[in-house]
Design a protein around this ligand. Sequence first.
Ligand SMILES: Cc1cc2nc3c(=O)[nH]c(=O)nc-3n(C[C@H](O)[C@H](O)[C@H](O)COP(=O)(O)OP(=O)(O)OC[C@H]3O[C@@H](n4cnc5c(N)ncnc54)[C@H](O)[C@@H]3O)c2cc1C
Length: 389
Amino acid sequence: MKFDVAIVGGGPCGAIAGKYAAMHGAKTVIIEEHPAIGEPVQCAGIVSTRAVAACELDRGNFLIRSVQGAFVNAFHHRLKIDGHSEKAWIVDRRLFDRELVDHAMDAGCALFLRSKVLNSSRGRLELRISGEREFIDADVIIAAEGVSRKITRSYLGDSNLPKIIPGIQAEVSCEFEDSRFVELFLGESIAPGFFAWMIPTEEGFGRVGLCVADGSGRLPLRYLQKLIKEHPSITGSITDMVIGGIPIGMARRTVADGFLAVGDAAGQVKPTTGGGIYTGAVCAKIAGSVAAEAALEGDTQEKKLLEYEHRWRKSIGRELAIGFAFHRWFSRLDDSTLSQLLEFLSEPEIKEMIEEFGDIDRPSILLKKLARLPKMKAASFALALMKSF
Ligand SMILES: Cc1cc2nc3c(=O)[nH]c(=O)nc-3n(C[C@H](O)[C@H](O)[C@H](O)COP(=O)(O)OP(=O)(O)OC[C@H]3O[C@@H](n4cnc5c(N)ncnc54)[C@H](O)[C@@H]3O)c2cc1C
């Protein structure tokens, strides 16, 4: 079998890259190892309204509810950040991913399920399809394989790829003070180096999860068990649990001869929150278009495909770099500095600024405004933050 463009992975980035490659006239296939799209779920399922637009989706049956802000909890602080209008959607990732793949197929892209890519080199993919070995040839291969990165590593080398932090999440029965808001928790004993979340889903249920990013190698499971045990709003047992990884930092290279990496495989994830759907969608559109054009022109050399790398870095590279600097600073804060920070952010004029300029996809807008405040400059934690920009 021969394709112009073959995509490893049927997650959101593979689906969007597939749609764009097919729309640009390339004979395209998405290859997914699982028997169904969207499973297993490894996601909190919170996507900004901008991300949904970037994915070119309308309100669909994947939408569970919309949210407009967050309660940030740490120590004795409880800070309410109210965006005053719909800011993000809580989605069912299975249905969300399936709709994206349906769009790719509507554009003419083929889909192979139960098909694991075992190896790839120079335009040839070795697959295991329902237990049988098969080969596919493709002019351009797009790795949209998430954090597994086996194929990406074989083209780009390990040293070019970012570190992965571990995350965990459970579905629980729980109550929310206001289900238009997500709950976030900070602290060394809760989610060292990152944060924990509690996200309202159907009435009486929520997703509770966290990541650990302090570089200690400690596993997130015991932090999750502690949070579930100690949080008074969590009233019932766990119905589902997922473990996953989040890449923190962009890959140094995302292109080789006949090859592109996109989404989590390329580290195109916001280091501030671990969210990868918006950034991945932006890059996947570019990947699909550039791959199709290169394949149809018959020039799939790295030099030609570098157009993808230039375009995605121009579009979101600066935002991701600022987010990475913030993550490095934030992940080293001890509890006493975190407590000072929360106290500072709770001041009425600062809170107002957060509500006006806070943007889940573009945190740099708010970070820059905060870092320039005379009050903030006086604080030791702000100096460290400003140095990293
Ligand atoms: C705990 C957790 C919570 C998260 N919460 C959010 C959130 O709320 N909002 C948000 O925006 N992001 C969130 N993310 C990140 C988000 O899930 C990812 O950024 C996003 O799924 C990346 O999409 P992708 O297409 O690059 O990769 P994936 O969604 O990981 O898709 C990769 C696909 O490739 C397939 N695959 C892998 N290897 C092969 C192979 N060799 N052959 C064939 N198929 C293969 C996999 O089966 C998978 O279907 C979260 C991540 C974690 C771990």
